[in-house]
Design a protein around this ligand. Sequence first.
Ligand code: NG1
Ligand code: ZN
Length: 574
Amino acid sequence: INLQLLEKLYNKNCTSNKGFKYAYGTAGFRYNADVLNTVMFTTGILSVLRSIYLQNKTIGIMITASHNPPQDNGVKIVEPMGEMLDQSWESIATDLANSASNSYNDFITYLNHLIKDKGIDLIDTSNGIGSVIVGRDSRESGPRLLETVLDAVYCFQHDSTERVSKILDAGILTTPQLHYLVYKTNVAKTLEKNEIGIGCYFDDFTRAWLDLCELYGFSTEHLKFALTIDAANGVGGFQMEKMISLLFTLCKTTVDGGNSTNISIVNNDWQKPNLLNNKCGADYVKTNQCLPNGVVSNSKFSTGGENTQKLNCSFDGDADRVIFYYQDNENKSSFHLLDGDRISTLFAKFFQHLLKESGLLDASDNDIKVGVVQTAYANGNSTKYITEVLKMDVSCTPTGVKHLHHEAVEKYDIGIYFEANGHGTIVFSEKIKSLVNNSMSNGNKALKTIEIFTRLINRTVGDAISDMLGVLAVLCILNLTPQDWYNEYSDLPNKLIKVVVPDRTVFKTTNAERQLVSPAGLQGKIDELVSSYGADSRSFVRASGTEDAVRVYAESSTKEMAESLAEKVGQLVS
Ligand code: NG1
Ligand code: ZN
């Protein structure tokens, strides 16, 4: 590390908001973009150290604030195989940022302690000098914050020839694309291949989609649906555009020149950052349970005939969430939401069907575990449907995909996880992959389908583009209309509200956040209230990890009762 340069660049980047307290939250650091410089600088430093610590594996940095408003931004670190940052390093990230926020001396003291404590060798660089890939979403503050990260990496000058740590600016891309690129880069490295670019993302996912088209005889331009994608005016729109144009160019069954009208993208003004997530996007649609700006109600919705089905979906600002919906007339009550819970149940039903067809379940010593991971926000009827109708295993974890991902990997060979808000993916164990690969030669279509899905689904993290393709494929393969999908079960009416309290840290939970242990006595009062609303009622309270508020969730047998229960619990909390 070049100390002279470090001090100079610290002074340039870390003095504008001295004393600010940072915390690595549910999804990294996330604040108003004006206060982020210090933490961008320290995150840049930390990612190089993490890379050297992990024998020079490539680490990712994503600059994004997802579904938050345009004036916010944030940053998170991505591990070599595309996972979220190791939890024990989250507090290091926080401490390093706060030491820099205090003073240069505190920063250097903590940095030295960290380097020593982790045994990171900055002198002998024979193992490598650190390698980082950085991506960002379409926010206006992105380029400025990127400069700060580049400054930080530049401090790692390893000898007099000014050899510095390697950093690849991957430009504007979706969060899951960055995760995937980091993963592919590390795989390529172990194969001693040269650097790869984001082209690998498009190659791999279009290949998988086209393999499915070929296997089942459907084609991108002859989907049974007219699909409208609301891209939240974020980066997902133009990445999806690239994907669509590739799919149409590569599709072998091109008809009429191949230009389709059955997939369209709206809210695709990603070059106007002030429109980002504004009255559109997955979070808006899920929270308000209504159509976003720019999507018209499907008044000409027809239940019969090919190509007349209309389906919409919304991405969030960095395209790691997707939810689907349709509305059959102008009446708001005909709005039907197909959220993360529904995506889970659809995939669960699909894989159950495939496994039956594949014959893999016949050999009892295969002992294949398939299950769904949810959080407390999953609709009670979705949980009931999975356990009682599909008769599959469900586990519940705290909020935040890092928890769901971990559980899915630990517990299942095919682990399906989605937060109700549409963030999730499917993870396949090495065991199921090798079982599938070893038996595939017999031309079994179900086995081939599972194999293709291990490539169509982004293994690293929830991915709106890949999940969307996965859902479309399942609907085509199982021959389901959006209404069929919706009619599998009915949601319990529910309400989610935010309550601003003086100190949200006093709200401590247990049992996957479904019960409060602090403040003392509050859970008893909530239980009492819930029991007075009848059998189907449920409510829980937890502090948000991304906003300064407490969230109250309530479910009951009618909309009025769910709303009243949420309000009453909200009063107990405030
Ligand atoms: P918090 O603010 O901790 O509730 C929210 C979402 C999470 C997750 C994170 C990260 C809800 C109720 N909570 O977390 O599911 O997506 O943001 O983006 O939707
Ligand atoms: Zn997101």
